[in-house]
Design a protein around this ligand. Structure first.
Ligand SMILES: Cc1cc2nc3c(=O)[nH]c(=O)nc-3n(C[C@H](O)[C@H](O)[C@H](O)COP(=O)(O)OP(=O)(O)OC[C@H]3O[C@@H](n4cnc5c(N)ncnc54)[C@H](O)[C@@H]3O)c2cc1C
Length: 423
């Protein structure tokens, strides 16, 4: 590990790259970001969690984000088309603000990008070509890249940050081992006008006959995404547009909310979005944001983890020691693994079962006693706090693990847990 880091090249001008660039520039580093101007018409990742708000405040952009977003007071989960369980963030208690925002992503990304420009970060609108140094763990910018930026770093930068998102530039170059999620779903999404209104502006997550869907209320539009096994998707057409439009017309729940809707954008498709690099730093590089690891999006954790991770990376870079980089890596891997466990409770059906039990027991003595406690800790999954409070973690581990298994044995109103799995 290079101990004295003064110059940093960041690959990728998305939220993680630009927030890290800002933090490093504020500390006096020479920083340049390589970015690509061409972005898709709409970008996925539009629902924030309350846990991101303190980071937006520290960056100094919350007011700007608020100006073009909808105010998100909670999350609503639908076990089926008629059963909704709502978790206002205020039920979570703890130390987080009781709200987040739903953000048009192109505007959000521009906010974080413009902040870095204002802070004096240098930007190069081009792909950075990277090469391995011999057969080692060290990497460098190619000679042509160095030339094309007029030798900005006076040779090679001291550190290269991979913030290139799912392109995973450094992991692919170095062939770093990865851990994949066990599901291989596809996500299709678009923006709709005329879909059923959502008020207040909670994110809505629905369990469907096949897969699940999100509805995110943005100003004037609703973002609707469907997450589904590719084997099912084939039944609805051959192009992604056909598959998306036909699935919206075929599933009873989707019909209910989108029957009068018009699709206002193209359909975006995302495959293989659960992947975690098992190594997050090397001799002169570090991974941050999705370039290090990304999870299934069910709990809207992506941008929070990307920006939180850039704060943690800035801390490791400032310390500049092997110990600090190792601590960064260990925590990133730990954090992603805990989030992954929560994601699994969505697909196994445990979370839905718990919601159902909660609703059914609401008026019993035990329900009245344990209900608020349960609601607080379940809400923390949606606020982003559950992973970081050891009591919440232990409590959720118990209720979503052994307790649900015990109920499964006793059968719940003639339903087994498997009835509630995401198929
Ligand atoms: C289906 C789906 C739904 C999601 N929903 C949510 C949600 O509701 N809420 C949420 O918080 N998160 C969500 N996410 C996750 C979220 O989108 C990501 O976690 C977030 O965008 C990560 O930010 P990033 O800066 O690490 O990467 P990105 O946003 O991907 O930015 C990386 C940037 O690097 C650029 N780049 C790539 N290669 C190069 C190169 N060689 N040179 C220069 N530039 C390069 C890219 O063009 C891009 O601009 C979702 C993800 C998926 C797949």
């Amino acid at each position: 590990m290079i101990r004295s880091i003064k110059t940093v090249a960041i690959i990728g001008g998305g939220p993680s790259g630009c927030s890290l660039a800002t933090l490093l520039k504020r500390k006096g580093y020479t920083v340049a970001v390589f970015y690509l101007e061409k972005r898709p018409e709409i970008i996925v990742g539009e629902s924030l969690v309350p846990a991101i708000i303190p980071f937006l405040r520290e960056l100094g952009v919350e007011e700007e984000v608020k100006s073009y977003s909808t105010y998100k007071p909670g999350a609503s989960v639908w076990v089926n088309k008629d059963e909704e369980a709502t978790s206002p963030f205020s039920f979570g208690g703890g130390g987080l603000p009781p709200y987040a925002y739903n953000v048009p992503r192109t505007k959000f990304d521009k906010t974080i990008f413009d902040l870095a420009v204002r802070e004096g970060v240098t930007f190069f609108n081009q792909v950075a070509r990277l090469e391995m140094v011999g057969n080692t763990d060290e990497i460098k910018l190619s000679d042509e890249t160095i030339q094309s930026i007029n030798n900005f770093f006076n040779g090679q930068p001291d550190l290269i940050v991979d913030a290139s998102g799912r392109s995973r530039t450094v992991s692919r170059l170095l062939d770093i081992p990865t851990k994949e999620g066990y599901r291989k779903d596809i996500a299709l999404f678009a923006h709709l006008s005329g879909a059923e209104k959502i008020e207040p502006f909670n994110i809505h997550l629905h369990r469907l006959e096949k897969g699940w869907t999100w509805r995110i209320p943005l100003p004037g539009r609703i973002s609707v995404g469907v997450v589904i096994d590719p084997a099912h998707l084939k039944e609805y057409g051959t192009t992604k547009e056909e598959q998306y439009d036909n699935y919206l017309k075929a599933d009873e729940t989707l019909v209910k909310f989108t029957r009068n809707a018009k699709r206002e954008t193209g359909v975006m498709q995302y495959n293989n979005y659960q992947l975690i690099s098992q190594k997050m730093y090397g001799k002169n590089w570090i991974l941050t944001g999705d370039a290090g690891g990304f999870l299934d999006p069910i709990f809207s954790s992506g941008l929070f983890l990307a920006i939180k991770g850039s704060f943690a990376a800035a801390e490791a870079i400032t310390a500049g020691t092997e110990k600090a980089f190792k601590k960064y890596q260990d925590f990133q891997l730990y954090e992603l693994s805990i989030w992954q466990k929560l994601v699994d409770t969505w697909y196994s059906g445990s979370l839905f079962t718990l919601f159902k039990v909660g609703q059914e027991q609401m008026n019993s003595a035990i329900g009245r006693f344990i209900g608020p406690h349960m609601q607080r800790h379940l809400t923390r999954i949606f606020s982003g706090e559950a992973v970081y409070k050891s009591y919440s973690r232990r409590f959720l581990n118990f209720v979503l693990g052994p307790m649900i298994r015990w109920m499964k044995v006793g059968r719940l109103h003639n339903r087994t847990i498997s009835d509630l799995e995401i198929k």
